[in-house]
Design a protein around this ligand. Sequence first.
Ligand code: GLN
Length: 196
Amino acid sequence: MKIGVLALQGDFREHEQMLHRIGIVPVEVRKPEHLYGLDGIIIPGGESTTIGKLAVNYGLMEPLKDFAAQGKPVWGTCAGMIFLSKDVGMEQPLLGLLDVKVRRNAFGRQLDSFEADIEMPEVSERPVHAVFIRAPIVESVGPGVQVLGKLQDGTIVAVRQGNILATSFHPELTQDPTMHLYFISMAKEDLVTNRS
Ligand code: GLN
């Protein structure tokens, strides 16, 4: 199992540490050729406009879209979720792989960061502990997008559309590998369906 982490900007090292913890040696992706042979890729949190601009400069936009089109799992956390989405209501490079409308920095200045336990029955029997930092929310989802997790007030914070997974929060900043294990299970499913 080879899992890449987009390593242009943001907290990619924390994702790498979590992958190491669950026995996966991560591959840092900075150039299109680094995608070769990967079974999945994680796009970390950080600053989505910067990640997008760097992805354009490094010629990664089309290769990342091709990677997803092959059915390989792609997971975006926070800024990564923004970068995956179709619509954020402002001009910035987006992969447009996830049919959702996202609002950046949706919790405002008063609530710069907070933590919450999210019920995610499709992912885990136990609630998933989630850290939100200047987080986006999913304002609306298109058909074919499955809502995996909501805050108590109904705000959508985790979605999946086929091989694309996105969370507004940062599982890589907790001690809980549940979301990473879930992503690995998506990559394993893809290995079984496509390459067996
Ligand atoms: N606020 C950032 C953005 O809009 C995302 C923050 C994060 O990834 N923690 O890109």
